[in-house]
Design a protein around this ligand. Structure first.
Ligand SMILES: Cc1ncc(COP(=O)(O)O)c(C=O)c1O
Length: 496
């Protein structure tokens, strides 16, 4: 077997031979843009050399979405994930020793920053006791109670990840209603379960779905309607199908569109689903415990029938949670009964469970995290939400004043480009590549910002961190303008 060192050497010679033979394509760029891109690639690949080497070295054996080349062939030489070495608070360090202020925060997991001491301590203590899987978890009941107290949901069960929680919630809804069709909305994401990986066939408003990816069976799509989020017409379509629908699932505020916060639409959906006996599922994998201790339900003042959680709740360990009204959750175990009398589980059960559910480390981390949220109360989220709103407002004010065609939006401590206002992504492929280039400039300046959708501030981010991020964005914009990838106000003046 080859050592990691020899793998790295081989990878580096391959990388060198590609660079020396000038195979880096800059087709379609003017000379100013070509020069900018070549300089950035040289600088960035030098700074993050080991991340690139490791990606190349293990590509033959490690099949990994995150190692894949994105849509921009021009950026291929920088298309590798930053390989992390350690992380603490708002910061992480890569394998080359570069330090970053992290804006990804574990894809929304680390509300308290990386490796918060109170969670680390709980995990260390638990590890001492051994990782026993098989006997019932001694913490599961307490964690379920904390989830119930914080979210207002009656009963709670555990999964390993958000995807699994969504899958279970949909199965419960189907079991409880005896119906099979579900409604989901365009632009929402509910994980990688076949049953939600479908998209609207075409925007003709009938909601017919087709598989979103190869490998998703077409017959799965037959049981799903994909509708337009926030659009009153979607309510009419749901009404027309009310007899067939088991559930309507929403990502209350979509990570892909944080500027769309349709409270009234959600209220109408709640009313309609209640009248039609359709299970209303809030997928709170992102919003849960983030926007408010009670998640989006508490924020919008809407009671869902079932809600799914994950991410933050596990305190850094993998977790999925399904919580809901007893009438639905009883499908998991048959419902409430007592010893010492004639009571017996009375509800017909479906099947939900897996080897690692209630993993001892996940339960230990979830318990201290939820206890902390309970002790701190909603002020914790209010303050973080407020800081994030201020941060986004400062950036948008700068973008506007400096005529930078980007706008951001936030929902609490989640932020992302505001799709409806983002001039850069308005169907212009070079423009959206510019957004990706901005990410590389930020990474190069020590800001871990991966583009795409969903970035997060944590309670560990300081005012100095925020100032550094803002400065890095301004410096990156200036460099992109110098390189001809972003128009400057002076370009406009020159044209008039
Ligand atoms: C709203 C929502 N639901 C479900 C999921 C799936 O969670 P997981 O990645 O833990 O499977 C995600 C993941 O990002 C999500 O954002």
């Amino acid at each position: 077997m080859k050592t990691q060192e020899s793998n790295l050497q081989e990878a580096q010679s391959q990388i060198d031979s590609i660079q020396s033979s000038k195979q880096i394509s800059t087709e379609g760029l003017n000379s100013r843009q070509q020069k900018h891109l070549e300089t950035l690639i040289a600088r960035y690949t030098k700074r993050t050399k080991t991340s690139k080497q490791l990606t190349q070295a293990y590509c033959p054996v490690l099949a990994d979405l995150r190692g894949s080349v994105g849509p921009y062939s021009l950026l291929k030489e920088m298309a590798y994930p930053i390989i992390g070495k350690h992380a603490s608070g708002s910061r992480m360090w890569d394998i080359d020793g570069n330090e970053y202020i992290d804006l990804e925060m574990g894809f929304g997991v680390n509300l308290f920053g990386h490796n918060p001491p109170f969670i680390k301590k709980a995990l260390e203590e638990r590890l001492e006791q051994g990782i026993h899987i098989g006997p019932q978890s001694d913490l599961a009941g307490e964690v379920a109670q904390l989830v119930s107290e914080l979210t207002g949901m009656e009963r709670v069960t555990f999964a390993n990840i958000g995807t699994e929680a969504v899958m279970g919630a949909i199965r419960i809804a189907r079991a409880a209603t005896g119906r099979y069709k579900i409604v989901r909305f365009s632009n929402s994401y509910h994980g990688h379960f076949d049953g939600t990986l479908v998209k609207a066939q075409k925007a003709d408003g009938n909601g017919r779905a087709v598989p979103e990816y190869p490998g998703v069976p077409p017959n799965i799509a037959e049981d799903i309607l994909v509708l337009d989020y926030g659009n009153p017409q979607s309510l009419e379509i749901i009404k027309a199908h009310e007899q067939e629908l088991a559930a309507v699932i929403v990502e209350p505020v979509q990570r892909r569109r944080p500027d769309l916060q349709p409270k009234e639409f959600l209220q109408q959906l709640r009313q309609l689903t209640k009248e039609s006996g359709i299970v209303f599922i809030f997928d709170e994998v992102i919003t849960g415990f983030r926007i408010h201790p009670g998640g989006a339900q508490a924020w919008f003042g809407i009671e869902a029938d079932i809600a799914t959680y994950g991410k933050i709740a596990g305190g850094g360990m993998p977790i999925g949670i399904i919580a809901g009204k007893a009438a639905y959750m009883d499908r998991i175990d048959g419902g409430m009964w007592n010893y010492g009398d004639a009571s017996f589980p009375h509800v017909e059960m479906t099947f939900f469970g897996s080897t690692f559910c209630k993993h001892p480390l996940a339960m230990a981390a979830a318990r201290v995290l939820l206890q902390r949220l309970k002790t701190e109360g909603p002020t914790l989220q209010q303050q973080l939400n407020q800081r994030t709103s201020q941060f986004i407002k400062t950036l948008n004010t700068y973008f506007e004043a400096d005529e930078v065609p980007i706008r951001l939006a936030n929902f609490g401590s989640l932020f992302a480009p505001a799709s409806s206002k983002n001039l850069l992504s308005a169907g212009n492929p070079t423009a959206s590549m510019t957004l990706q280039l901005l990410c590389y400039h930020l990474l190069d300046r020590g800001i871990h910002f991966l583009g795409g959708t969903g970035h997060y501030l944590s309670t560990a981010h300081t005012d100095e961190d925020i100032d550094c991020i803002i400065q890095a964005i301004k410096d990156s914009v200036r460099e992109l303008r110098d390189g001809g990838f972003l128009p400057s106000p002076s370009d406009k003046l020159a044209q008039t």
